[in-house]
Write a protein that binds this ligand. Structure first.
Ligand code: GTP
Length: 596
């Protein structure tokens, strides 16, 4: 097909604004699948994605559409739908020349609309605004239009649709052809193809979705991955229509799927460049980086016997998730488990759910932490995520913590509460603007550590569910951080240690001790609870001793009854965890680890 007749585009939208429904309609309209084959929302392939209603792995569909007597090839490239995956979104977008920006007419512009728009603008893409769900009685097209306009977009060619009822979708196809430019390419050059996504398939091994920018790629070519110089023979090239269809070659400007004998997805990371082994390109495509986890937490099997099963589960997930990191760790109370690194809270929750549901594991996830950078007195830099790895104060020159930039969209009536919350989270305001008379876009910077614990739920509750937010890593900043140690009868309990801002240590300490007092059962001896910062006790509590006589209830001399009670007590003891010399049930322990 002539390059002039190719269009590469993506659909970007806030969650639930109708991206998948519109994608389905476009596939239907271009006759790529007949009704019988049309499974609802063909693009979301992973089971967990389906349930979360969010897309994690990008896919792409090649459609054909005749317009004004010409046949066009439309490549629709799916993007992951969440802030945690913004690097992947950006790479998917860089494979496109334009996007459909879908906004729900009943909701208006939301945080992810803004975040995705920024990524599209950074990639210099043509943006076609599409207002969806106009069939609903609560749709407010004019207001939605003016909100889009206030983001700086031209709304003169905005398309009004109902993806569900197939209204306006024809116009969308025509707009893609009319407004999105054909790919600008150099088909003379040495092969340069972008890895848009890679995933592990049980039958095919590692699969890469690529976009060719220069040159062409042919079946049986020997390729080289630019960053690691690894070489492979191409075994299969295909496109999804969305049924898989084998092809012989991909020209510059085209998108397709490549299979070689690649064993490990870490060798073909998103953003890397594929070139020819014998005739390599001189330079890679811009913007490749290996993304690193931002959020860390311990994952432990509830049943210590299941450690190997958990290990196997993590290994399997890692096959398909290059940004998941894990290493063995031992906790004083939870036994053997893993310290895991995630891109963000959503990534963490998806991983947890998959371990539970796909691998049938019962697990505990500890309070998440971020990656701190510690400048030591010998000028070396240490990266730590676990408070127990923090050096003693005398060896620390400074501690740096990750900051994120937060875009929060809220109805104007809640601005005060939202600003208060952001302030409490140690944030500072960067911008505040109105998208319409009652919707406000607040931009704040705040430490990531404050955002990963209880931010989302609090924001939702103070705005009755109306606010949406998105965050993006901004950089490291020096902070007044200290390590707080919790001690039970003078023994420090690692699982409760916390790196925390100096000004918040006291309040956090009071909280933890109060919880401990509530959940640690009284024992036969008195229990002293203390919180310590830089060698000083900043808070304390005590749990009074209890004299527990299990036989007290047995008035008579019935020996079998007595024995039964003693047996029961023994069993009870088995289930208890030792916190120092204090025994505590696993359930209580999990309660204690829940974020305050
Ligand atoms: P994510 O995959 O979570 O990003 O969501 P999405 O943007 O793909 O949204 P999806 O297409 O799953 O639609 C969300 C909900 O809105 C579904 O229940 C759809 O049936 C519904 N929906 C989509 N388009 C329309 C529309 O035009 N009108 C009405 N009434 N409902 C729609």
């Amino acid at each position: 097909i002539n390059i002039q007749n190719i269009r590469n585009f993506s659909i970007i939208a806030h969650i639930d604004h109708g991206k998948s429904t519109l994608a389905d309609r476009l596939i239907e309209k271009t006759g790529s699948l007949d009704k019988r084959e049309m499974k609802e929302q063909v693009l979301d392939s992973l089971e967990v994605e389906r349930r979360h209603g969010i897309t994690v792995k990008a896919q792409s569909v090649r459609m054909e559409y005749a317009f004004n007597g010409c046949l066009y090839e439309l490549n629709m490239i799916d993007t992951p739908g969440h802030a945690d995956f913004s690097y992947e979104v950006s790479k998917s977008l860089s494979a496109c020349e334009g996007v459909l920006l879908v906004v729900d007419a009943t909701q208006g512009v939301e945080a992810q609309t803004v975040a995705n728009l920024y990524l599209a603008l950074e990639n210099d893409l043509e943006i076609i605004p599409v207002i969806n769900k106009i069939d609903l009685p609560t749709a407010d097209v004019e207001k939605t239009k003016s909100e889009i306009e206030n983001l700086g977009l031209d709304v003169s060619n905005v398309i009004l649709i109902s993806a569900k009822n197939d209204i306006g979708t024809q116009e969308v196809l025509e707009a893609i052809i009319k407004y999105i430019p054909s790919p600008k390419v150099n088909d003379e050059g040495n092969l340069k193809a972008l890895i848009i996504d890679s995933w592990y398939d049980n039958y095919k091994g590692v699969v890469c979705l690529i976009r060719v920018f220069e040159g062409e790629i042919n079946l049986n070519d020997r390729i080289m991955i630019f960053s690691n110089k690894k070489e492979y023979n191409i075994e299969n090239l295909s496109v999804l229509t969305p049924k898989p269809k084998d092809i012989e070659k991909l020209h510059a400007g085209e998108v397709g799927i490549l299979i070689s004998n690649i064993k490990n997805i870490e060798d073909v990371l998103v953003g890397d460049t594929v070139t020819l082994a014998d005739n390599p390109a001189k330079q890679a495509l811009k913007g490749f980086k290996k993304i690193k986890p931002f959020v860390y937490a311990g994952i432990y099997p509830t049943d210590t016997e299941k450690y190997d099963d958990l290990k196997e589960g993590l290994e399997k997930l890692k096959l398909n998730d290059s940004s998941l990191e894990y290493e063995p760790e031992k906790s004083d109370a939870l036994g053997f488990g893993f310290r895991c690194g995630f891109l963000g809270m959503l990534h963490m929750n998806i991983t947890k759910e998959r371990l539970e549901e796909e691998f049938g594991l019962d697990i505990v996830v500890t309070t998440p932490s971020v990656l701190y950078k510690v400048e030591k007195t010998d000028d070396s830099i240490l990266e730590i995520s676990n408070p127990k790895d923090l050096p003693e104060p005398q060896f620390i020159k400074a501690i740096f913590e990750p900051y994120v930039s937060i875009d929060c969209l809220t109805p104007a009536e809640y601005i005060g509460s939202v600003l208060n919350l952001l302030q409490e989270k140690r944030g500072y305001q960067k911008n505040l603007s109105y998208l319409s008379s009652n919707r406000c876009l607040i931009t704040y910077a705040a430490p990531l550590s404050e955002i990963i614990i209880n931010f989302y739920d609090t924001l939702k509750s103070i705005t009755k569910g109306y606010a949406s937010f998105n965050y993006e890593f901004e950089g490291y900043k020096k902070s007044d951080l200290v390590k707080m140690i919790i001690m039970i009868n003078n023994e420090p309990i690692d699982s409760f240690s916390q790196i925390i801002h100096k000004d918040k240590a006291y309040y956090y300490a009071r909280d933890v001790l109060a919880k401990l007092k509530e959940f640690v059962p009284r024992q036969l001896f008195e229990i002293k609870l203390q919180a310590k910062v830089s060698g000083k006790i900043i808070a304390k509590e005590e749990i009074k001793a209890l004299r527990k006589d299990v036989l007290a209830k047995c008035y008579g001399g019935d020996i079998t009854r007595k024995r039964k009670l003693l047996e029961k007590q023994k069993e009870g003891k088995k289930k208890l965890k030792q916190l120092g010399k204090v025994a505590i049930s696993k359930e209580a322990f999990m309660k204690l680890l829940e974020p305050a």
